[in-house]
Design a protein around this ligand. Sequence first.
Ligand code: FAD
Length: 256
Amino acid sequence: MQARIHFDPAQREWVINGLKPYISNASVADCYIVFGLTDTATTAHQGMSAVLVPSDARGLSFPRSYTFMGRRGCIVGEVALQDCRVPAEHLIGELNHGFHIMLDMFNFERIVLGGSGVGVARSAFDIATAHAQTRCAFGQKLGAKQLIWDKVAEMSWLIEAAALLTYRAAKLYDRGVSGKSLMKEAAMAKLVATETANRCADLTVQILGGDGLTREYGRAEQIYRDARALTIVGGTSEMVKYLIAASALPDIKLNL
Ligand SMILES: Cc1cc2nc3c(=O)[nH]c(=O)nc-3n(C[C@H](O)[C@H](O)[C@H](O)COP(=O)(O)OP(=O)(O)OC[C@H]3O[C@@H](n4cnc5c(N)ncnc54)[C@H](O)[C@@H]3O)c2cc1C
């Protein structure tokens, strides 16, 4: 749900109302960046602002937290703002310029998630290749079977492609490229690396057979569960595909 933010000139305070499910570190973070509409007469692109809300702000609460299939070390919960008040100085950047701030935050988050995807994929790959070189089935090491080679080769080139896209986006970010100029590259890094993480986690479980399904054997089943969130957080695969296609079709208005 989109938050609504209005200014109370008498108290010189921003008053925020809204409810947002699935917020990382909800209830443990020191502060929250809330994006909300400050001009409801126009689009979110032109009427959104960003406000800093400290964890002790009046009207801020955390009604629930979630239990996930993976990433169990992460705390994620719901954030509720009911007539929540913060001082005028807590506006981040300029009034109604929140969309540009959000775009830059998403670019950064997507590049970081690209790195996360590459790391998860490499962990899976290491487990799969170690297993293929030690486990013997039908008189041969698993790694000697052609169908296992096929899986190892697929994981290898997917991981290289994901890493190259992620490093390219990170280098552009380091050079100061931002906003819409970085959107496609950040989206591609996030999409390919997080889909690769899931594909490699899946192939690794397959290569490990029964061992891949057990908690007793090691981390394959954990990686499989942990990887799943990556294509959902920070913009789902579907959403980042829209962004990639949009840059190739500049004259077409996105119809979500
Ligand atoms: C662990 C975790 C941590 C998170 N942390 C944060 C956080 O810190 N801050 C934050 O703001 N958010 C956070 N999120 C929210 C996350 O960004 C959203 O879950 C994600 O964007 C998907 O939104 P949704 O869950 O509402 O799914 P929905 O929007 O309901 O989407 C469900 C499915 O439908 C697809 N879909 C939706 N619309 C379309 C369309 N137009 N065309 C095609 N397919 C479509 C989606 O791609 C998805 O596959 C977190 C989520 C999780 C799971």
